[in-house]
Design a binder for this molecule. Structure first.
Ligand SMILES: [Cu+2]
Length: 195
């Protein structure tokens, strides 16, 4: 069940979206539709090229960085902001309420997330599987993040989120119904992690 074709399709679709520099629509609010047809992954019709080079916010920043992160040029990353929300194909939303440190950085991070169901209700009691992954290197982390409910308001703590090297990390959160083991939704964050 866990590696169902639907999941794989969704993953591929998301990767395709990321690669096409079109990740932002996932963050849109609104209940409408929840269409989610992962099958459209192969789409990538004309013009989707984009200029991935503009992803990381560019050079020439004010603060000198002795060891700038080697972020991929073809993965669009998110700019961290507290509360940033991702909506999965199934209509569930995950808001990243807080990250320690903020923005996420190399090493162990602690996240607090809020999960809402498609109707917008806080959703407690879910199993959340956490998959940090570096797409440019093809590896995750050996350190298993522990997910702990932090209240009865749909919030969960995630730590340690072991982003052990600088570069692009895609953190995938899989929402699972603990009673049926059914996968309810998947959302993902992508950050350029710096030292
Ligand atoms: Cu790596």
């Amino acid at each position: 069940m866990r590696s169902s074709p639907r999941f794989l399709a969704a993953l591929l679709a998301s990767l395709a979206l990321v690669a096409c520099g079109d990740d932002t629509p996932q963050a849109s609010t609104g209940t409408g539709g929840a269409a989610g047809d992962p099958g459209s992954a192969g789409g990538g019709t004309g013009g989707a090229a984009g200029d991935p080079g503009s992803a990381g916010g560019g050079t020439g920043g004010a603060e000198p960085d002795p060891q700038p992160a080697k972020c991929s040029s073809d993965v669009v990353t998110d700019d961290f902001s507290p509360g940033m929300m991702k909506v999965g194909d199934g209509g569930y939303s995950v808001s990243l309420l807080d990250s320690v440190p903020a923005p996420p950085a190399e090493g162990d991070n602690a996240w607090t997330v809020l999960v809402l169901d498609p109707e917008g209700n806080a959703r407690d009691g879910l199993t959340i599987d956490v998959y940090p992954f570096m797409p440019d290197h093809g590896h995750g982390t050996a350190v298993q993040a522990v997910v702990t409910p932090t209240g009865s308001d749909g919030t969960y703590g995630i730590e340690p989120l072991n982003l052990f090297m600088s570069g692009v990390w895609v953190v995938r959160l899989k929402l699972i119904d603990p009673e049926t083991s059914a996968e309810l939704d998947v959302v993902r964050y992508a950050f350029c992690i710096k030292k």
